[in-house]
Structures are given as structure tokens and as C-alpha cells.
Design a binder for this molecule. Structure first.
Ligand code: NDP
Ligand code: 8X3
Length: 257
């Protein structure tokens, strides 16, 4: 009998996390989906259970809570779920001001979510994976974790931190056979820019003007590959870019608007 696998996806209420949930449910994985927006998780759960018949568990949580990892691990233990994979996807950019005009609250939101939230979840889930004797962790990094761009300052710093943490965690978890990797996308059209520009749709649309960005499904497809290579293989780092994006700030745009 083939063992059904289970993935945890943080930030599954939209964008890359939601697309990954669809991809993995289609591939017959059970899922634990987390985010702050409960109603979004509930409607995704209903859709996935209806379309694919997999077991979908949801947990409303804010990864910035210092106990978010422990709450998630306790939820898994109580539900007798042994996760094969954790996708640390929850994250955001807020603002794009140069450093001298940076808004400190925006900085805190990015640091607390992208670095500290990822740490809280990783600490508890890696301990649980050690206990159960298997596991795989994939972080969603970014091209912004490999290169900087004007106005990217703190967001770039958080994604550079994820790149560093990916390498360090791989060492910490090596003795336990737990794989750790990073998927680093370039520009993908999700709610990302709308969140970054605090609901300003015109500003958000401008980000993707004149070129074809990655879709969340393109990234989910790459995640599916990373998760399904044989267990003696680890994809340490995958950088996935739109064809029209050569580096973090260099695009082939067909319009000048
Ligand atoms: P979206 O805004 O569409 O999705 C972000 C997800 O993260 C949402 O589900 C949101 O859920 C969740 N989230 C945000 N803050 C928290 C929090 N404090 N606690 C729990 N969940 C949270 O953007 P993307 O899908 O694009 O972003 C996903 C990841 O991909 C992020 O880490 C982002 O940095 C990264 N990325 C995005 C790129 C892009 O161009 N779009 C490129 C490279 C990397 P909710 O609001 O319900 O809590
Ligand atoms: C998100 C994409 O353009 O800010 O990581 O690097 S970008």
C-alpha cells in the first residue's frame, strides 16, 4: 500500500501557498494549511476536499506569535499527523522606501514574519521531525535573498537571512536525515505587491507591467519537483525566474508605462 504523505504549508490562504496546496492535493498528499485568514483557509479546504478527496487540516495562526511553532506542533501531535514536509512560505514585503525614509513598523512586520515567524515554526517542527525520524523542510526565499534592489533594503535582508538559515539548518538537521532546501522565486503575480503597497492596486499592477511574471502555479510545480525527488536527493536551492527577468531589478518590459 502506498503511504499517503502530508505537507504543512504556511501562508496557504493566497498566492504561492494556495497554489502549492492545490498542486499537492492533486498529487494525493494530505495537507495542514495555516494562515491568519480563516475564511480563506475554510473555503480552500472545502474546495480541495471536494475536488481531490484528500484530508485537509486548517489552523488559523499568525506566525509572529512566539508560540506559533509550539501551537502547530501540538495540533499535529493531537491529530496524530506525522508531517513529511514543511513549506515555510508565509511572508511579505511592506513598503519600498529608501532606508532613510523607512517606516519602522513596516520593518518590524517583515522581520517578525519572514525571519522570526519562520524560526518559531522551524524550531518546533524540526524537533517533531527528529522525534518521528523523518522530514523535509523547504523555505520560500527569493531572488531578493540573493541580490538587492533599490528600496528593497529590509525585505532583501529578511530573504538573505532565509538563505543563511537554509544553509545552517541543513547542517543542524544533517545527523537526522532531514532535508532542508530553499526555493527562491523572482517576480510572481500574487497578493504580494498589493500587500507591499498597502492596498494600492494601481501601484501593485505596475510591478507586473509589460512582462509575463511567474504564476503561483509555476512555483507550485517547482515545489512539487523538490518534494518528490528520491529521498537520497536534496535540492538545496532552486532559483526560478520569469524569462523576462534577468536579475532582481532588470526586466524586459514591452511597455514604458
Ligand atoms: P501573498 O500575499 O499572496 O501570500 C502571502 C501568504 O502569507 C498569505 O497566505 C498570508 O496569509 C501569509 N502570511 C502573511 N503574514 C502572515 C503571518 N503573520 N502569519 C501567517 N501567515 C501570514 O504572497 P506570495 O504568495 O507571493 O508570498 C508567499 C511567499 O513567497 C512570501 O514568503 C514571499 O516573500 C515569497 N516570494 C514572493 C514573490 C513574489 O513575487 N510574489 C517572489 C519571491 C518570494 P494571511 O494574510 O491570511 O495571514
Ligand atoms: C519578491 C519579489 O521583486 O521583491 O521576493 O524580489 S521581489
Amino acid at each position: 500500500m502506498i503511504q499517503v504523505k502530508t505537507a504543512i504549508i504556511t501562508g496557504a490562504s493566497s498566492g504561492i501557498g494556495e497554489a502549492a496546496a492545490k498542486q499537492f492535493a492533486r498529487g494525493n498528499w494530505n495537507l495542514v494549511l495555516t494562515a491568519r485568514r480563516k475564511e480563506k483557509l475554510e473555503s480552500l479546504k472545502a474546495q480541495l476536499e471536494r475536488d481531490f478527496g484528500q484530508k485537509i487540516f486548517i489552523l488559523q495562526q499568525d506566525v509572529r506569535e512566539t508560540n506559533s511553532g509550539d501551537v502547530l506542533a501540538n495540533f499535529l501531535r493531537k491529530s496524530n499527523i506525522k508531517p513529511d514536509l514543511l513549506i515555510n512560505n508565509a511572508g511579505l514585503a511592506v513598503g519600498a522606501s529608501p532606508i532613510q525614509q523607512g517606516i519602522i513598523d513596516d520593518w518590524e512586520r517583515m522581520i517578525d514574519t519572514n525571519i522570526k515567524g519562520l524560526l518559531y515554526i522551524s524550531r518546533a517542527i524540526s524537533a517533531l521531525m527528529i522525534e518521528q525520524g523523518f522530514g523535509h523542510i523547504i523555505h520560500i526565499g527569493s531572488i531578493a535573498g540573493k541580490e538587492a534592489y533599490p528600496g528593497g533594503n529590509v525585505y532583501c535582508a529578511t530573504k538573505h537571512a532565509i538563505e543563511g538559515l537554509t544553509k545552517a539548518m541543513r547542517m543542524d538537521l544533517l545527523p537526522y536525515g532531514i532535508r532542508v532546501g530553499q526555493l527562491a522565486p523572482g517576480a510572481a503575480e500574487t497578493e504580494f505587491s498589493l500587500v507591499r503597497f498597502k492596498g494600492d492596486q494601481a501601484k501593485a499592477d505596475k510591478v507586473y507591467d509589460g512582462f509575463k511574471p511567474l504564476s503561483p502555479a509555476d512555483i507550485a510545480d517547482a515545489l512539487w519537483y523538490m518534494a518528490n525527488v528520491p529521498s537520497h536527493v536534496n535540492i538545496n536551492d532552486m532559483l526560478i525566474m520569469p524569462t523576462a527577468q534577468a536579475s532582481s531589478a532588470y526586466f524586459n518590459r514591452k511597455t514604458n508605462s
